[in-house]
Design a binder for this molecule. Structure first.
Ligand code: FE2
Ligand code: FE2
Length: 179
């Protein structure tokens, strides 16, 4: 079997980067919907964290787009998944933990595709982003467990906490660069 041409290898990498970007665009819209609803339910701290995580996903979508552009591709503009609206608080956290877990698994497969096609920059990009998805998973799974174990007792502590994430909040996993 003849080796793939350089162009075929580059296109294979662009393809997985774009699939990953579509997954980020879906996560952004799903998490934003949850953020508004958690805020409306007056669970300020939970709302603020979901908002910060949505900001991380925006950065990921941008990082994938920048790499796609570097490779001469066209970043995908949307996703074709349906955003679930008005999820109950008992549903949000297992839902998000599963989403992050599936994302980590899929990105590891995409990383292998980048390795197979010899793109070390894209491998590093997936490594960085997978580490951040792991932090998201850990957080969502912790809250899921608290709600499971303590239910209303836990939620009563959160009710009425401030929903603001602060003007200088860069994201959940993304830290501000040193000034
Ligand atoms: Fe992400
Ligand atoms: Fe994430």
């Amino acid at each position: 079997m003849p080796d793939k041409s350089r162009e075929e290898r580059r296109n294979a990498v662009i393809e997985v980067l774009n699939q990953a970007r579509a997954m980020e665009l879906y996560a952004i819209t799903q998490y934003m919907n949850q953020h508004y609803n958690l805020d409306d339910m007056d669970y300020g701290d939970l709302a603020a964290k979901v908002k910060l995580i949505a900001v991380d996903e925006m950065r990921h979508a941008e990082m994938f787009a920048e790499r796609i552009k570097e490779l001469g591709g066209e970043p995908i503009a949307g996703h074709d998944k349906v955003v679930e609206q008005g999820q109950a608080i008992t549903k949000i956290y297992p839902f998000n933990a599963t989403l992050e877990d599936d994302t980590i698994d899929t990105y590891n497969q995409f990383l292998l595709a980048c390795r197979e096609n010899g793109d070390s920059s894209s491998i590093k990009l997936f490594e960085t982003i997978i580490d951040q998805e792991q932090l998201h998973y850990n957080y969502f799974d912790d809250v899921r467990e608290h709600i499971d174990r303590l239910g209303d007792v836990y939620l009563a502590q959160i009710a009425g906490t401030p929903a603001t994430s602060g003007l200088n909040s860069p994201g959940f996993a993304t830290k501000l660069p040193p000034q």
